[in-house]
Structures are given as structure tokens and as C-alpha cells.
Design a binder for this molecule. Structure first.
Ligand code: ADP
Length: 316
């Protein structure tokens, strides 16, 4: 098997506390690999430790213990090569407003010591669809253009691994779609992509593999398909042949996780698919004296899985 793009072993980060007290344990013995060539999603609720992990990769946070290597280079013992192997797209947009996109990329390439002949300024601007803005002042770019420029800036030294921290936080639907496409294009060219996101739909659509952290601990690390298949819930939405009388009761069963009235004629039943099935649910509803006009079912999505996992871990 090819070596992992990123390998994290027993990573611990405890921030310094006030006056010699123990500070926050932001990462608690986290181990996982990001396989080469994937689009890897790092998910978790606010405060879970995602930024701490990304900032450790970026060399901005000093870990307390554990080993991290990027493209096979240990971040402690081979700092230079590790740094050259990764590009980080920060969440915040910071550019000098008086530089043009072409200058921003040239300066960044200089910072990484990329020789002039090896620079990819125009190619990168093309890749992020900013060729026609090469010589415009950065301050005249739209928010979406600035985000795309940040991605190009993270790629000047041609790193095999690109990390995006909340790439679509606060952006509109159209721009989100553009950024997803761009990430897909870079990945198709062989770049391994790691991204954090709050949008579970984004992770579900874009990522091959997903790790979830909660309270500093890794609670899941699976292919997106496998993770979705761990959901035990399934939802049936039933339209009845007439309005439900006020105060009508709904059928109950030990395998029903939730039964609720969602409209004058619709009820929604969430059930444990390991313990019953849609046929039995329908029979129970009919046996309860309700006649059914129409039926749709819905599989649990990543949001359902995420909520189940993070709330279970919290209760444990
Ligand atoms: P996320 O990115 O998932 O929201 P963070 O990595 O930012 O989570 O934070 C993880 C935990 O570490 C939180 O409890 C946060 O308050 C704490 N934390 C983050 N940065 C610092 C810091 N510089 N000093 C002390 N505690 C911090």
C-alpha cells in the first residue's frame, strides 16, 4: 500500500493553562491516516479540535506529544520537506490590497524559494479561473475571487497535499458549487485534499473519506459510504387518505425511534432498520385505523449519523 499522504499517531495537544494550571486538552490521543489521492473530510462540532489539528499540520501549533508526518516527512525531524509537501488555505482572507493576484503568487513562490523558471503563476491563475484578473488589484476582487486566489496561493510550491479550513463558510450557494468543482479538479490532477467543514452536505458530496472528532477524540474514520451505512435509522413519510382528527394518537412500537405528525395528512416515522422494516411500519399504521394514500422513505443522511455519533460520545 502506498504511504499515507498524512499520518498522525497518538497526537496530543494540551494548551497552556493560566498560572501553571493544566490547560485545555484539545487533542486527546488522535491517530489516523489520510490516504493519498483522497478528498478527506475532517468534521466535528465547534471546539472539537479541528483547527488545532490543522494548525499542527501547518506548523502554527506545537503539539504536546505524538508523531505527525506529511508525505512521509516527520514534522519534527524533517520540517523543511514536511512544509514543502503541504499547502494550507486559511479561513480568513488576508491580502495586501495593493498587490495583484499575479504578484501575490510571485511573492508567495519567492517565499518558498521556487525558482522563477519553475513558477506556475499563470497556470495557477488559470486553474482557479482568475486569468483575466492577473493584473487587477486584490482589493477589486469579489469575495469568491479572493477565496479562489487563496487556493492558488496555497499551491505555488506544488504541494501534493492541500488543506482547506472551512473553505465555504459563509459563501453563497453558487460560489460553494464553484469551490467544490475546483477542489474536484485539483483532486483529479492528483492532489490529496483535506478539508474541514460545517456543512455536512458538503462532506457527503465531496469527500471520499471522513474522520469525525469530538472533544479532542477521534470517534469515526471511515469511507463516506461506510459511515452512511452505519446509520440504523430509516424514515418513512406517510400521506393519509384524510386529515388526522385533532388529538389522534399515532401507532407505537419498540422499534420506532420517533413518530410525529408533520402536516394535516402526513406523519413521519423514524424506525430502527435492524429491528423492523417499512412493510411492518405500514401494517402497524393501517392496523391503527389509518388509511394510507402515499408512502416515501428516506435513508438517514450524514447529518443523522453525525448527530447520533456526537451525542452518543457525549453521553459516554
Ligand atoms: P474547532 O476548530 O474544532 O472548533 P479548536 O481546535 O479551535 O476547535 O479548539 C479546541 C479546544 O481548544 C477548544 O476547547 C478551544 O477553546 C481550545 N483552544 C483553542 N485554541 C486555544 C488556545 N490558543 N489556547 C487555549 N485553548 C485553546
Amino acid at each position: 500500500m502506498a504511504e499515507a499522504a498524512i499520518s498522525i499517531r497518538n497526537l496530543v495537544k494540551r494548551y497552556a493553562g493560566a498560572k501553571g494550571q493544566l490547560g485545555k486538552l484539545a487533542l486527546d490521543d488522535v491517530s489516523f491516516d489520510v490516504p493519498q489521492g483522497t478528498i478527506f473530510g475532517l468534521l466535528g462540532p465547534n471546539g472539537a479540535g479541528k483547527s488545532t489539528l490543522i494548525n499542527t499540520l501547518a506548523g502554527l501549533v506545537t503539539k504536546t506529544s505524538g508523531q505527525v508526518s506529511i508525505w512521509g516527512f516527520d514534522i519534527d525531524h524533517d520540517v523543511r520537506n514536511a512544509k514543502r509537501s503541504i499547502g494550507i488555505v486559511p479561513q480568513e482572507i488576508v491580502f495586501d490590497p495593493f498587490f495583484t493576484p499575479a504578484e501575490v503568487l510571485e511573492i508567495q513562490a519567492g517565499y518558498y524559494g521556487v525558482p522563477r523558471a519553475a513558477r506556475r503563476t499563470l497556470e495557477l491563475l488559470g486553474a482557479v479561473h482568475l486569468s483575466d484578473k492577473a493584473n487587477a488589484y486584490a482589493r477589486t476582487l469579489s469575495g469568491g475571487m479572493k477565496r479562489r486566489l487563496l487556493i492558488a496561493k496555497a499551491m505555488v510550491h506544488s504541494p501534493p497535499v492541500l488543506v482547506l479550513d472551512e473553505p465555504t463558510a459563509g459563501v453563497d450557494v453558487e460560489l460553494r458549487r464553484q469551490l467544490w468543482e475546483l477542489v474536484g479538479e485539483l483532486n483529479a490532477q492528483g492532489v490529496t485534499v483535506v478539508l474541514t467543514t460545517h456543512y455536512l452536505e458538503e462532506a457527503e458530496q465531496l469527500c471520499d473519506r471522513i474522520a469525525i472528532i469530538n472533544h479532542g477524540r477521534l470517534i469515526a474514520n471511515k469511507s463516506t459510504a461506510e459511515l452512511l451505512s452505519t446509520a440504523r435509522e430509516k424514515i418513512v413519510v406517510l400521506t393519509l387518505d384524510r386529515d388526522l382528527p385533532a388529538g389522534a394518537s399515532l401507532p407505537s412500537h419498540p422499534a420506532f425511534l420517533k413518530a410525529q405528525v408533520t402536516g394535516e395528512r402526513t406523519i413521519e416515522i423514524t424506525y430502527d432498520k435492524d429491528r423492523t422494516n417499512a412493510g411492518e411500519v405500514l401494517a402497524l399504521v393501517q392496523g391503527h385505523g389509518l388509511a394510507i394514500d402515499d408512502v416515501t422513505t428516506r435513508e438517514a443522511d450524514l447529518e443523522d449519523v453525525f448527530v447520533a455519533l456526537t451525542s452518543a460520545a457525549h453521553a459516554a
